[in-house]
Design a binder for this molecule. Structure first.
Ligand SMILES: Nc1ncnc2c1ncn2[C@@H]1O[C@H](COP(=O)(O)OP(=O)(O)OP(=O)(O)O)[C@@H](O)[C@H]1O
Ligand SMILES: [Mg+2]
Length: 213
């Protein structure tokens, strides 16, 4: 389905991917994170071909270097806010006080420092997405993948959540690749790529885009 969907994304860039439903946007993210495997082609990450890794190594790679934000939040309802975030650290071998300190600090950054022990399903959609953003970034991944991060939020809430996503990603120097139907969201990225008929086409490059080595 994806055919010559070629793109090079620089470290620290915020890139939006747009395209009609069924064009393969989610598939593209799943290939990049190594959740799906392509029949051909390569995904290189920091000069490393991750398509060549066997499944256990791909899982470890993903866990350590990639964060995800989904349209439907995907929080774990049996864990409280802080536990949802801390789980990612624990999976990466960070435990105890250090893990608690880092999850609380990241939740404070998304404005939820006073909701650490709330039940996730008692939060509003915008709050749940902010927990998901904290969870995606708490382990300082190099790459954040976001699939329709505001797709399940009303316009007003989306306008509040989007700057949180962008500013935390930029503050960490992480690369952001987000799929969106939302043109306002796409405009706030450094670059916009359109996926059409299996290919990625560059739509715009902001003059202000900074490239970091
Ligand atoms: N694992 C898979 N194997 C084969 N085909 C798949 C697989 N996953 C998705 N598809 C198909 O690939 C196409 C693209 O799906 P994808 O979910 O990537 O689209 P999308 O651009 O994210 O759409 P939307 O905007 O609706 O989320 C669809 O026709 C889908 O049915
Ligand atoms: Mg999709």
């Amino acid at each position: 389905m994806l055919d010559h969907a070629d793109a090079r994304i620089r470290n620290g860039e915020a890139v939006a991917v747009i395209g009609r439903s069924g064009s393969g946007k989610s598939t593209l993210l799943n290939l990049i994170s190594g959740i799906d495997q392509a029949d051909s082609g390569v995904v290189e990450f920091d000069g490393r071909d991750i398509t060549a890794l066997a499944e256990p190594a791909r899982t470890l790679f993903r866990r350590a270097h990639v964060g995800f934000v989904y349209q439907f939040f995907n929080l774990i309802p049996t864990l409280d806010v802080e536990e949802n975030v801390r789980l990612v650290l624990e999976l990466n071998g960070v435990r105890g006080l250090e893990a608690r300190r880092r999850s609380a600090a990241t939740l404070a950054e998304v404005g939820l420092g006073d909701r650490l022990h709330s039940c996730v399903d008692q939060l509003s959609g915008g709050e749940q997405q902010r927990v998901a953003i904290a969870r995606a970034l708490v382990h300082e991944p190099a790459l954040l993948l976001a699939d329709e991060p505001t797709g399940n939020l009303d316009e007003e809430t989306a306008r509040q959540v989007l700057p949180v996503l962008l500013s935390l990603t930029r503050a960490r120097g992480a690369t952001l690749l987000m799929v969106t139907h939302d043109t306002a969201l796409a405009r706030s990225a450094d670059r916009v790529l359109e996926l059409r008929e299996g290919r990625l086409n560059e739509l715009s490059a902001r003059a202000t885009a900074v490239s970091r080595p």
